[in-house]
Write a protein that binds this ligand. Sequence first.
Ligand code: MOS
Length: 682
Amino acid sequence: MTPRLEGREKVTGEARYAFDYPLDGVAYLAAVQAEAGRGEIVSVDAEAARGRPGVLAVLSCENAPRLASRSNGELAVFQTRTVSYRGQFVAAVVAETPETAREAARLLRVEYASEDPDVRLRDYHPGLYKPEIVNAGLPPDTEQGDPEAALKDSDVRVDVTYTTPAEHNNPMEPHTTTAHWSEDGTLTLYESTQGASTHQRTLARIFGLERERVRVVAPHVGGGFGAKGTPRPNSVLAAMAAREVGRPVKFAVPRQQMYATTGYRTPTVQRMRLGADADGRLNAIVHDVVEQTSTVREFVEQTAAPTRIMYRAPHRRTTHRVVRLDVPTPSWMRAPGETPGMYALESAMDELAVAAGIDPVELRVRNEPDREPESGLPFSSRNLVACLREGAERFGWADRDPAPRSRRAGRRLLGTGVAAATYPARLNPGRAAARAEPDGTFTVRIAAADIGTGARTALAVLAAETLKADVGRVRVDVGDSSLPAASVAGGSSGTASWGTAVVRACEALRDRLDGAVPPEGIEASADTAEEAGAREPYARHAFGAHFAEVEVDADTGEVRVPRMLGVFAAGRIVNPVTARSQLVGGMTMGIGMALMEESVMDGRFGDFLNRDLAQYHVPTCADVRRIDAVWLEESDPHLNPVGAKGIGEIGIVGAAAAIGNAVHHATGVRVRDLPITPGRLL
Ligand code: MOS
């Protein structure tokens, strides 16, 4: 077990985040958000703002420079007069101090020709359409057999609709950019990003620069969860402003402005239909999903994708439908797709267990497939049943009385619930370099991102192991696009993907090490494009099982989670201490999803009403009592040289369903609309 390498730097405040870089002559940006929900900007009156002492520039659609690429509507900042959603950035002030910039931003007068925005997701919305593909490049619909007839023929049926609200990642560090143009026209961005290489590519395209002319620096990132996985408008805005004023510019998106501008998890409406025989063997699974995107860019989550791989059933269908609304574009939030999708599937499985009178652990075991159900591919490894059994044993499931409202302690109703988890095991191509130094130490270089996950430490462990060196002799440089290019910290792919590149580079270095290291050192590098592209056809997924206990106050409807256990099978766990933290973090977000997180759209004017952490509730220490995350030893030869499947996201997948199922067990009330707030329970 290796403690987080940058832990000391972080707790002593030495670790530099994007806003912390001291640059000479730095100026500060404040942005103005659209007050119209849809329409056109008629005029921008900047006179009062420009007259403020200390104001360096005002930017808007009236004077902004033309960007070389405007294909991504979210990033085409100030390129048109069109307002696509309330809260969109429409103007910015650059000033000597942040206070001056904010004050001057308040003085801008923007006139709009506005129309009523259409912002309400309804499952019967007339604009619903079938997208070409959904996130991760998957087909929107799949169908096998005759699910409608099979549902009719089933002894036990569940036909229910769940809704999940929009949710926002709320990283501690806001989306932040410090942008600096050198005399030679090179752009440096100190950025809070999950991918220095991908951020570099996107910003280079937007500004029409060669890739080498953009450098993205992000050695420390204060959380992301997906929100920093793709560049956001703040980065373009800071870069544009820095070029305009000829000085470095800093812009940290205030939390109040974050809800409209940095992405969110789409709300969903999900109809789940399950049909089974009297023994609970599934005959049909139908999962129909409705979600939203914006008018500027299409983003569609793969919400029903996990339903394609979880349980055996001869007749099945999944569909995704989306509607373009006058809203910001949804984006990634921890396990985009799998999180809301598995909430619905695993809640419906619980409803089926109740309807059929079968234990919910046993029901899942009975529907275990021997191959991936829709593709027919063999699993590289699948240990869902082992996770369920191990969890049931550790949690004390055997003593459970399945009858709802069967346990009570004073005014508290007690219940327990279970749900399965899954997440794909991805391998993305990339590069790495490893170097032996003459002093006997090693340096590994890769443009990976450590967003608080412990990625740097895991890579050091892998390098040390491959080089047969003590981990204390290995230094790992990450978070800089000038390092060998790496994939984004997303899709729980980091340890597997970057780890493969690091292992290959270290193997190549090891082969070249014999005898003394010359003063200039010895370096070797690796590119895993071929290896990542040539994998054998297997279905690769991590699996897990969540067990939750809840206490529901019978008078107030308040739900507490005294105990939660997650058991995971995710291939090799490289560094237990940081891995546990990832899994517990995901499960904690599951508590938030189940009980409190909700971004509320203003149905009349547009934009989310949430403005801060007083209005967007996430679990705090008092909400989290005993959470245990454990894992099974799992050795899978079909993954990658690391043997890891990835653990960044699976902790949240299914967690909310386990809590919802426990609430039903405690109270007999099935809440199908998240979050399970007291008002929905009473
Ligand atoms: Mo994660 S939501 O794939 O960054």
